[in-house]
Structures are given as structure tokens and as C-alpha cells.
Design a protein around this ligand. Sequence first.
Ligand code: SF4
Length: 73
Amino acid sequence: MDVVTMSIDRIRCDGHGLCAELLPELIRLDDWGYPIIEPGSIPEELVSHARRAVASCPVVALKLLTARDGRRR
Ligand code: SF4
């Protein structure tokens, strides 16, 4: 079974918070408006929402990682 996780490039992120609006189940904003991503794997029912959040980031700061049997691919 695939395990999907999300990572963020904090250098790229400009903190506008669009991702938190699109994926509030997994992303909240800190006091300065920068995202905090829920650690761990993304529930299967939220993966499509996560893909949309990644695609919508204006500075390409978000990435989805997929692993199978403990190996990234
Ligand atoms: S959408 Fe991208 S730039 Fe905006 S807060 Fe989220 S990660 Fe940062």
C-alpha cells in the first residue's frame, strides 16, 4: 500500500496561506501565517485535496512523497 506524505520547502514558502484554505484538515497556519503540516501519512480520502493544494501553491513550495514498502519513489 502506498503511503503519501507532504513536505514543504520553507525557504520558498511566502506564507500567503492558500494551502491551508484548500486543505484545512491537514494544514494550519502559525501566528505569522506560515503553514504547519500535520505529520504522518495523508489519509487516502484527502490525497486528491492534497494534490490540489500542491498544484495551487504559487511558489511550488509543497511536494507529495509516495512510498511503498518503506521506499520512496
Ligand atoms: S500555498 Fe505555498 S506559499 Fe502559500 S503558504 Fe502554502 S506552501 Fe506557502
